[in-house]
Ligand binder design. Structure first.
Ligand code: URA
Length: 287
């Protein structure tokens, strides 16, 4: 049983979404036109009597249905309007809580909005929450997050001196890559979040974040190691693309590149601040 559960978890089946199983193949077959003269197939098996009789199962979260299929441009337009109406980070969080245009909301446990200091001059943006973040509702708290904390500490930073968010604020099931539509409907909220935090430096963690926010199709190895621009309205914000800490956990030999980027970041932070207030203390290499 344990082995089976582990296998489910590895395949991305790590939570129950509904009380009763669905026969998706039967649903698909029913959606197709039946051949002439044949009765349409039933959409799904009727619920078993014992399932109907059993008491409702306690669910850790409210049951939600995925959004009705709307054209992508309508979803993006709704997202843009909703995000633009938020004047504060709290309002933006509320707007996301009400937003029904991203299917990931139906499978995630909760919204993972942001963490750290909203007044910070440095903002980090990752790709999407993982299982630990989904459970706790806080970005970068799992193994990758612990490595990120060490990376911050190596240049004298911690979560009181930076703000952290993700391009997509709900966990994709099984940690799969968010689809282009999921990313594009969440993007107006992330861009507004950046606008409201108004950092002087934006650090994109990983290729997905860098490509989405910087509008650059290059791979992370080409983008990292140099200063780029993030356009926030008419404003240009200095942006750095860095290797994602989850990648560094899988490829520890690449930490030397992350270390070079951290030093670049520390230098820029030192340039931003008067000498007495340097956030970036003496650099210590990351283990
Ligand atoms: N990876 C991310 O990109 N974001 C998180 O919050 C956690 C892991």
């Amino acid at each position: 049983m344990i082995a089976l559960l582990r296998w489910y978890s590895a395949m991305g089946v790590d939570m129950a979404v509904d009380d009763a199983p669905h026969d998706r193949l039967a649903e698909c077959a029913a959606a197709l036109s039946p051949p002439l003269g044949e009765a349409p197939a039933p959409a799904a098996a009727p619920p078993k009597p014992e399932a109907a009789a059993s008491p409702p199962r306690q669910s850790p979260r409210e049951r939600r249905e995925p959004p009705a299929a709307l054209p992508a441009d309508r979803l993006e337009q709704t997202a843009r309007e909703s995000a633009a109406s938020a004047q504060t980070l709290d309002e933006l969080r509320e707007a996301l809580l009400k937003f029904e245009g991203c299917g990931l909301k139906a499978t995630a446990t909760q919204l993972v909005f942001g963490d750290g200091n909203p007044q910070a001059e440095i903002m980090f943006v990752g790709e999407a929450p993982g299982a630990d973040e989904d459970r706790q509702g806080v970005p970068f708290v799992g193994r990758a997050g612990q490595l990120l904390d060490k990376m911050l500490a190596a240049i004298g930073l911690d979560r009181s001196k930076v703000y952290i968010a993700n391009v997509v604020p709900w966990r994709p099931p099984g940690n799969r890559t968010p689809t282009p539509l999921e990313t594009s409907v969440c993007l107006p909220f992330t861009r507004r979040q950046i606008e409201l935090v108004h950092p002087k430096i934006l650090v994109c963690l990983g290729a997905a974040s860098a490509q989405t926010l910087l509008g650059n199709k290059d791979g992370i190895m080409r983008m990292r190691g140099r200063w780029l621009d993030y356009l926030s309205g008419a404003e240009r914000i200095k942006a750095l693309a860095m290797l994602h800490p989850a990648y560094l956990l899988r490829q520890p030999a690449q930490k030397k590149l992350a270390w070079q980027d951290l030093r670049l970041l520390a230098k820029e932070i030192a340039r931003l601040q008067p000498p007495s207030q340097h956030a970036a203390g003496p650099a210590k290499a990351v283990e």
